[in-house]
Structures are given as C-alpha cells and as structure tokens.
Write a protein that binds this ligand. Structure first.
Ligand code: IFM
Length: 465
C-alpha cells in the first residue's frame, strides 16, 4: 500500500480504532501537541549537495569498520528531495508538531565564515511546507552532525566551539525566526559527548574520558551562549533542549546504591539542565578541574530555558562500584521487561517516573521530544505492515504519560521517534524505529499499522485501553 493523502488517518475498524472515547481511556489535554521526530543526518541524504560541507558523521560513516554493514547516511531516506512526501504523510496522520534538525554543514560548510544560502533556503522551504500543512515546526539546531572543519580544530573539547556554535545559532534564528517559534538547542548533549569523545562509538570516534568531560563543559557553555544570541533575535521564541533521560533505579536498597543512582541521574539526566537553570553543575557530579572550568563560566552556563524536552527509551539499574574511577557506579539496562529488536527493555512506567520527577524538580513545560522502539517487521504480502509490538509499545507509554499529566506533570507534547525508518548511527539501517517503513533502495514509504494507530490517537486525543 503506497501512502496517499488522507488514507493514512482512516479509522482501522479491525482494531476498533474508530470507536468513540470511553471513560477508561487515557485522555490528553485538548491542545496537546502530537508529533513525530527526525534528525537531519538520519534522513536527509544529499550529503554533498548544494554546497553542503562534510560533517563528522560523513567522515565517520565513510571510515571502514565504524558502522554496521558499512552503511552511510549518503542517501538515507532521501528526505532532502522527498521532504514534501514526508510532510504529506505527517499531515495525513494528523500531526500537529514536527521535530526536525538542521545540518550545520549545510548552512556553514566550514563551520564558520561564509553562509551557504542554498542550505538556508532548503530549511526555509521545509518550514514553509510544514506551516502550509498546519504543522508546528520544532527546530533542533544540533543533532550531532558537526562540520568536520571544526572537528579538525579540536571539536567540542575546544572552548572556541561555544562562540562558533552561538554564531551558527544566530544565523539560523535570524533566517527562520519569523517562521519558527520552537527551538531545541541540542539533541542529547550527553550522548554526543560521551559516545563521541568518551567511548568513541559515535563520530568523531574519540575514546578519552578527559576529552569527554571537556566537551561536556564546552557544550554547556555553548548552550548558554547560543541561548542568549537566539533570545536577542527572537524574544518570543520558545527555546529549550532535548535531553536523553533514563530513570535511575538503585540495584539494591543500600545507601551506596541509592547514592550511585542519584549520581547517575546527575550525570545522565540533568548535567545539561542544572548548569543552564542554576549556573552550577549538579552537586552529585561536578569534576570542575577536569572539565576545564574557568572563573566566570558560572554566568555563561546560564540559559533560562523555556521548556525541557525529554527523550525516553529505557530505565537503568545502578549499583555503586568503586572500580569505576570517574563515576563510581555501574549502570545497565535491565532485562525484566520484554526487549525491542535493539535489546532495549520496554518499561513504560519509566516514562511516568522521569516525567514526574523533572516536572517536580524544574517546574517548566515539558515535551516528550523522543520515545519509540525498533522492530524489524517488514511489509506483508498485502503490502501492509503489522507491527503490533510497536503499537503496544506506544499504547503503554502514552497511557503512562497520560497518568503523569493527570498527576500534575506539565507535559504539552509528545513526539514519536521516529516518523521514518532511518540511519540509526552505529547500527546503520539495521534498527527500524519508524512509524513509516522506508524502502532504502527506492525511497518508497509505507505507513505501518502503528502509524495509522498513532494518527487515530492524535485525532481523538486519547488512547484506548
Ligand atoms: O536515533 C536516535 C536519535 O538520533 C537520538 N535519540 C535516540 C534515537 C534512537 O537511538
């Protein structure tokens, strides 16, 4: 079944999705922002088109042995050329918000200096097409595709990065500021610092915890500098960030494991929020000297974020471990619940736990900027994709989210990861997270059963049990 217009959102009677809301369903607020999320490198392709510069992910993926199956993002979902089709799908699914990211090397091929107008024009067209479809553009400035030219100057551990990033953020805000009102400065700064500089499984492939700590501090400075630059240009924009978060569950009830879990929360969940909102690192983990902290940085770190984005995939069990010199703990994904194709435990209550804690601790509007699962279900003979496990995953997580909202968590939106099957970083194309299946050879898209189901949830503002 090819995707065509309003077909996507038709009720599926076999699953009872056309039924009226009833009292036992999980109900969401009337103006709730139902959406999907994507990221530039994962979907766009066109890696050297229209003046785009090389990114660290281009370089990393082109290095033999780095990505499963030798996959690259050179073509990906070809969304650079097929974005109108993607937006038609979102519209047909009744989406109200589209989270997407900008590729920095499309705008500034060398990271700094001359602006590539063709790159800016692409995102202007993209945003205009979203607005024409009645979908709110939610723009992430950095989802990991650093210009390689800046990595050649040291990348995120180099303090100059903060200023370069703020300049880039200003250019984008000036160009899109009249069209875009929602921005996330970074996507998952913990992941790009830790995986990129600490353990080297992501671009630029450096395994050095010293560099990781420096990168994390510079990213925090960059967040503050970019926030101020953007606020000056777009005073009414909603500026926030998307942070990966895993509720930290102590492995035992011992005081050591409980303290270790709090330390993990500090490192993993709030390391890029506390400095922005308070000017200081979380007390449970603040190795200032190793991070290269300088006098005056406490002011630069500050960013009065308007909203907090939470990317939730799994919880972590944490135990104290003195042999872990830096953090003093060991954290792992438990296997008590069912596992996705990626091997991640499905634990819907974790979404409730993290959302209620962040709501309680920071009193800021929250959006779920990512939540989703990888399952490989292919199209059947009739061309449909029966991915019941994905539907069950979203049903369970949305039910927990509705419970969190009922209990007072200030959540205003939810973005399923992801609109499309796409390039899953080190895993290449082996992990399919999409509500929409993509044939990576021909670019064809098919809305999966879960995508039809999610469209109905968005239309009804409720999840049926
Ligand atoms: O695909 C990624 C995304 O880029 C960032 N958050 C997690 C997703 C699944 O691993």
């Amino acid at each position: 079944m090819e995707v065509t217009g309003a077909e996507a959102a038709k009720p599926k009677n076999s699953t009872g999705l056309g039924a009226k809301p009833n009292a036992s369903e999980a109900q969401f607020p009337a103006n709730f922002l139902w959406g999907t999320a994507t990221a530039a490198y994962q979907i766009e392709g066109a890696w050297k088109e229209d003046g785009k510069g090389e990114s660290i992910w281009d370089r990393f993926a082109h290095t033999p042995g780095k990505i499963k199956g030798g996959d690259t993002g050179d073509v990906a979902c070809d969304s650079y050329h097929r974005y109108r089709e993607d937006i038609a799908i979102m519209r047909a699914m009744g989406m109200k918000s589209a989270r997407f990211s900008i590729a920095w090397p499309r705008i500034l091929p060398n990271g700094t200096g001359a602006v590539n107008d063709k790159g800016l024009d692409f995102y202007k067209r993209y945003v205009d097409a979203l607005l024409a479809a009645g979908i709110r553009p939610s723009c992430t400035l950095y989802h990991w595709d650093l210009p390689q030219a800046l990595q050649d100057k040291g990348g995120w551990p180099n303090r100059d990065m903060a200023g370069w990033f703020a300049d880039y953020a200003a250019i984008v805000t000036k160009a899109l500021g009249d069209r875009v009102t929602a921005y996330a400065i970074f996507n998952e700064p913990y992941v790009f610092c830790y995986c990129g500089y600490g353990i080297g499984v992501h671009a630029p492939g450096i395994a050095d915890m010293g560099q990781c700590l420096k990168a994390a501090h510079v990213a925090n400075l960059a967040q503050g500098d970019a926030f101020r630059a953007m606020r000056a240009i777009a005073p009414n924009a909603q500026i926030g960030g998307a942070y990966n978060m895993s509720p930290a569950v102590p492995a035992t009830d011992s005081a050591e494991d409980r303290a270790a879990a709090e330390r993990m929360h500090a490192v993993n969940n709030i390391f890029f929020i506390e400095p922005a909102l308070t000017g200081a690192y979380p007390k449970a983990f603040a190795p200032l000297e190793q991070m290269g902290f300088q006098p005056g940085d406490e002011t630069r770190l500050r960013a009065a974020l308007d909203w907090i984005g939470i990317n939730y995939y799994f919880r972590m069990k944490v135990r104290a471990d003195a042999s872990e010199k830096m953090m003093g703990y060991r954290a792992e994904i438990p296997h008590e619940g069912p596992l996705t194709h990626f091997g991640w435990e499905v634990w819907p209550q974790g979404l409730y736990d993290i959302v209620t804690r962040i709501g309680r601790d920071y009193h800021l509007p929250i959006e779920i900027t990512e939540n989703g699962c990888a399952y490989a279900d292919p199209p059947g003979r009739d061309g449909t994709i029966k991915d019941g496990r994905r539907t069950a995953y979203f049903r369970a997580h949305l039910t927990e989210l509705a419970r969190a909202i009922k209990d007072g968590a200030p959540v205003r939106g939810y973005h399923a990861w992801s609109l499309l099957d796409n390039f899953e970083w080190g895993e290449g194309y082996s992990q399919r997270f999409g509500l929409v299946w993509v044939d990576f050879r021909h670019g064809r898209r098919i809305i999966k059963d879960s995508g039809h189901w999610y469209g109905q949830v968005a239309a009804m503002g409720a999840v049926q049990p």
